[in-house]
Design a protein around this ligand. Structure first.
Ligand SMILES: Cc1cc2nc3c(=O)[nH]c(=O)nc-3n(C[C@H](O)[C@H](O)[C@H](O)COP(=O)(O)OP(=O)(O)OC[C@H]3O[C@@H](n4cnc5c(N)ncnc54)[C@H](O)[C@@H]3O)c2cc1C
Length: 302
């Protein structure tokens, strides 16, 4: 109930304006967002690298309304790849296709993604296309597959809460596409997604097995100790080496577990978001764990 209210609120422009212009909530967003400027994200990435963690930088933004906004986002991503190379960071980049114009035209969006992937390839780097709500699943996978035919420097994300995901995994593996597996962060109807957490988790483990045994390098993105423990066991049983996959976690979430995985010799990538358009991302993080909301309300009134 609380989760769906928060996810609904994440689409409210009026609430977004209030939250993002308020000094207190802006400060509180730093729990999950590195800052509003690229320099702040670079500094956070440096800290992670120094702790033995890999990074994925995400310039926040989604559902742009004009081609000019989409092109500005593309330029920001080109700059991120240039900065990562100049700063010698061990980092790749994550983006959302609705930020790059998917709502305007899939062909236009594909051209934008291709130009970013070409810049990534220039530096021997990698672009990860995040997965958004189910209205965009087909369109996102379609763009990724087309760009993947031109360059291996692109991969995408699969959400275990969707019924369709097993088939999507098989299709993407058939073209050697690298996948990040997550549970899924959006409000979805029971027609397309498992309503029960136990089914989402069971599907997560089923898909994680497909990824681990595929022979390609993938990302297991979760903070759930049960998913992490099962992945570690599955990898050991099937002689999948620690270097053949990576765990991924969000900036500011379960930092204890992050440090533990690095201590145990696993590869761990931290997803570091930055930018002014942090509101929907921030709301999804609150929705994932209702206790976060209490924490923020208490801090707000303090
Ligand atoms: C690197 C990365 C990239 C992602 N990319 C996408 C994407 O492209 N598309 C998409 O739909 N989703 C994405 N997600 C979000 C994902 O789908 C889940 O919503 C999120 O990771 C919570 O699920 P969980 O696997 O951690 O398990 P859960 O069962 O939700 O949580 C397990 C435990 O993790 C901790 N935890 C989880 N979330 C939080 C939080 N916000 N704050 C504090 N503690 C928390 C709690 O201790 C909780 O008990 C991504 C997640 C990660 C880690």
């Amino acid at each position: 109930m609380l989760r769906s209210t928060l996810l609904k609120l994440s689409e409210s422009q009026g609430f977004a304006r209030w939250v993002t212009s308020n000094q207190t909530t802006r400060r509180m967003s730093h729990r999950f967002v590195a800052g509003e400027e690229l320099d702040e994200a670079i500094a956070a990435a440096r800290v992670c690298n120094n702790r033995g963690m890999l990074v994925s930088l995400d310039y926040l933004g989604e559902n742009v309304a004009t081609a000019a906004d989409a092109q500005r986002a593309r330029n920001a991503y080109l700059e991120v790849f240039d900065r990562i190379a100049a700063e010698k960071l061990n980092a790749n980049v994550s983006c959302k296709l609705t930020q790059l114009g998917l709502d305007l035209s899939p062909e236009f969006c594909q051209g934008q993604v291709l130009s970013i992937v070409e810049r990534a390839a220039l530096y021997d780097n990698f672009l990860r296309v995040d997965m958004e709500g189910s209205a965009y699943t087909e369109g996102t996978i379609d763009v990724v597959k087309k760009v993947r035919l031109r360059s291996p420097a692109i991969g995408t994300v699969i959400q275990s809460y969707l019924y369709r995901s097993e088939q999507d995994v098989l299709d993407l593996l058939a073209i050697g596409c690298r996948i990040r597996l997550c549970k899924g962060a959006y409000q979805e109807p029971p027609q397309v997604a498992y309503p029960k957490k136990e089914d989402v988790d069971a599907n997560y483990l089923k898909l994680a097995r497909l990824l681990l045994l595929s022979g390609f390098y993938h990302g297991i993105a979760t903070h759930d100790p049960r998913m992490i423990g099962a992945t570690i066991r599955m990898a050991a049983e099937n002689k999948v080496a620690k270097d053949d996959f990576e765990f991924q976690m969000l900036y500011g979430v379960r930092t204890d577990l992050q440090r533990q995985l690095v201590r145990d010799g696993y590869r761990l990538r931290i997803y570091i978001p930055y930018g002014r358009d942090w509101f929907p991302y921030f709301m999804r993080r609150l929705a994932e764990r209702p206790a976060n909301l209490g924490f923020f309300v208490r801090n707000f009134f303090r």
